[in-house]
Design a protein around this ligand. Structure first.
Ligand SMILES: [Zn+2]
Length: 142
């Protein structure tokens, strides 16, 4: 009786413990594999995929900046421009030319034609003048 009890106890304890260890190991392996595949997916989709998302966010931020500027929240609009610039620089996604006319090259504030900026269009160039800081600059039209 004395010899049987510890064996029973040990068997009862050991089997689930081993199973637990196995499951744990399998789970960790599975999770590791999952993360690897995830990384692989990002690598396969590549930088173009990241750029796409970045561009989407830039467009959305400029849209929001326009709305806030209309409401009179100029500082918030300028902040949205700053965030959009940061996103573009970090993900190597250039801000599209049609949006480049809507912020100042020098002071990075949000510009709206007739309110705080002036636009002159030629067939090759877009001349923007900022009424906030007095800078004027050209953007090439593609
Ligand atoms: Zn300016």
């Amino acid at each position: 009786m004395v010899t049987l009890d510890p064996s029973k106890v040990s068997s009862r304890v050991r089997v689930p413990a081993v199973a637990k260890n196995l499951f744990g190991a399998l789970a960790s392996l599975a999770s590791k594999r999952f993360t690897k595949t995830e990384v692989g997916c990002v690598r396969k989709k590549g930088k173009a995929f990241v750029k796409e998302i970045a561009l989407e966010r830039i467009y959305r931020l400029f849209e929001l900046a326009g709305k806030e500027f209309g409401k009179g929240n100029v500082e918030r609009a300028n902040r949205y421009v700053g965030v959009a610039r940061k996103i573009s620089s970090r993900n190597k996604a250039t801000i599209p030319t049609e949006l480049k006319a809507s912020f100042c090259k020098k002071c990075h504030c949000f510009l709206k034609k007739g309110k705080n900026s002036d636009l002159k269009k030629t067939d090759r160039w877009l001349e923007v003048s900022c009424w906030e800081c007095g800078a004027s600059f050209k953007r090439r039209l593609k």
